[in-house]
Design a protein around this ligand. Structure first.
Ligand code: ADP
Ligand code: MG
Length: 268
């Protein structure tokens, strides 16, 4: 299978996995998956429930150690012992639950665990004015006007919260951003806000891995598409190599659906 050659793809990938295998006891969650992401591109990871998407990104983000295969960051082999190590290497993952505390302020959530401190020795305290300013500026950049960064993050819309989580990862220096189903719980307007932001982040030169089972969302922002099925990859296609319909068929096990449609005497 040939891969599209765009300028972003000629350099060393930011991250690459080759023949990654992950077993959970007798369950083979990943049976030899290869993929890579370059600076300035959105790689979409598509696949039905149970395909192995979460297992793959948990392997990339240091949650799981792979059973086999190799993992390269900037062309060098790595093995992460914890999510902290992956984060230090610039790989940030935004999970579906967002790891936010709804009743805490936007600023608190933005800086969680990385509060800017003021003062000396044991008398350090959080520099809230500075943190508020950063939060307001960063949100403004995305086009979200936060009147009061002290308002509870739970008062924001789902799309806005998703953007806060992404902005937080970008602000703290992510090179690769892994987004696990960021649009699955959102309506149309909120989805488009998040997709626009993903595109902005890509344009800044980050590599984005966008996990979704929505082909339209993937096609709107993706540069390349990797489809997983039962722990194996069905290949990677550049946007100019595959139509949205072909991608949909590949992803949904289109053949099975067509057969079912024929059996039911119609189309699905
Ligand atoms: N911690 C685990 N222990 C045992 N089996 C697991 C574990 N995590 C995932 N699996 C299995 O691995 C397969 C892939 O799951 P997952 O990566 O969550 O798929 P997806 O995210 O694409 O829905 C499934 O069969 C799932 O039951
Ligand atoms: Mg999953």
């Amino acid at each position: 299978m040939t891969e599209t050659q765009t300028t972003s793809e000629t350099g060393t990938p930011l991250i690459e996995v080759r023949d990654i295998v992950k077993h959970f006891g007798s369950v083979i969650a990943l049976g030899g998956v290869s993929m890579k992401v370059h600076s300035g591109e959105v790689l979409c990871l598509l696949g039905d429930n149970g395909a192995g998407k979460s297992t793959l990104i948990k392997t990339l983000s240091g949650v799981h150690a792979p059973t086999g295969g190799s993992f390269l960051v900037d062309g060098k082999p790595v093995s992460f012992g914890s999510p902290r190590e992956a984060l230090d290497a610039g790989i940030a993952t935004v999970y579906q639950d967002l790891a936010m505390i709804p009743l805490m302020s936007i600023t608190r959530n933005f800086f969680m665990g990385r509060e800017p401190l003021k003062g000396v020795g044991p008398f350090k305290y959080m520099d809230m004015a500075h943190a508020d300013q950063v939060t307001r500026d960063e949100m403004h950049r995305i086009g979200i006007d936060v009147r009061d960064p002290q308002q509870a993050v739970g008062t924001l819309s789902g799309g806005e919260r998703q953007c806060v989580a992404i902005a937080r990862a970008v602000y703290f220096g992510a090179k690769v951003l892994i987004l696990d189903e960021p649009t699955s719980a959102l309506g149309v307007a909120q989805t488009s806000m998040v997709l626009k932001y993903i595109n902005q982040v890509r344009a800044k030169g980050l590599g984005v891995i966008f996990i979704t089972h929505n082909v339209r969302h993937a096609y709107a922002v993706g540069n390349r598409f990797t489809v997983l099925n039962r722990g194996k990859t069905l290949g990677t296609h550049g946007k100019d190599e595959i139509t949205i319909d072909a991608l949909q068929n590949l992803m949904a096990g289109g053949k099975e659906l067509q057969d079912l449609g024929a059996e039911l005497g119609g189309t699905i």
